[in-house]
Write a protein that binds this ligand. Structure first.
Ligand code: C5P
Length: 224
């Protein structure tokens, strides 16, 4: 690995996405949203009618994944194209998150996405957002962070985000879904969600995202 890498792992709703975007913007580094890749495999499986327990079929989809990330102009979000079709909206729904966490338990899918993720480590540097960035994908990263927050705090954040987007959701149902996804992500056999060796462990429940950002930025400036 030549380019410097910062890995940010943690459960959904911990504030990883916001943190990674802010860091990559500030440092001028590339950004890998690895969750988006698992979401895209889930969407591709649904589109092509591949069963979520058909490992070989899912791995083929993951290897051949035809995806383009097109940076948005003038502060617009990055556009994501799956087989030429803009999936920016469906990519972020709870339904797609659920598909993603099911395909993510398949070892062959994780293997198929490994090199694609490593290819993001380009000069001047990479901020990698996920569950196993520091443990599996970039174990040599110069700075590894594990960001967590209580399930309640994460459900509240997610509720607000989805409501702002006009999705109709109930907070109790979200909390249950978050707890179920945490259990699937941390108890699975391959690449379970856990802090990498040497990771800086931060909890955004009380710290707040701005403080977390300042801590990680200071650490990055000291190391790179
Ligand atoms: O981060 P995001 O919510 O987009 O991730 C969706 C799902 O993809 C997660 O719940 C997890 O199951 C899976 N995932 C993973 N490994 C990663 C990133 C995401 O297993 N590095």
């Amino acid at each position: 690995m030549t380019a410097p890498v910062i890995t940010i792992d943690g459960p959904s709703g911990s504030g990883k996405g916001t943190l990674c975007q802010a860091l990559s913007r500030e440092l001028g580094w590339h950004l890998l949203d690895s969750g988006a890749l698992y979401r895209l495999v889930g969407l591709a499986a649904e589109k092509h009618g591949v069963a979520l327990d058909y490992a070989a079929g899912l791995a083929d989809l993951a290897l051949a994944l035809d995806v383009a990330f097109i940076p948005g102009e003038a502060g617009q979000p990055t556009r994501v194209l799956l087989e030429g079709e803009d999936v920016g909206v469906t990519l972020r729904t709870e339904h797609t998150g659920h598909l993603a966490s099911q395909v993510a338990v398949v070892p062959a899918v994780r293997d198929a996405l490994l090199q694609r993720q490593r290819d993001f480590a380009q000069s001047p540097g990479l901020v990698a957002d996920g569950r196993d960035m520091g443990t599996v994908v970039f174990p040599e990263a110069g700075l590894k962070v594990f960001l967590t927050a209580s399930a309640e705090a994460r459900a509240e954040r997610r509720y607000k985000q989805l409501k702002d987007k006009g999705e109709k959701v109930k907070i109790g149902a979200l909390l249950k879904e978050i707890e179920a996804r945490d259990a699937r992500d941390s108890q699975r056999e391959v690449a379970p969600l856990k802090p990498a060796d040497g990771a800086l462990i931060l909890d955004s429940t009380d710290l707040g995202i701005e403080e977390v950002y300042q801590r990680v930025l200071a650490e990055a400036r000291a190391r790179f």
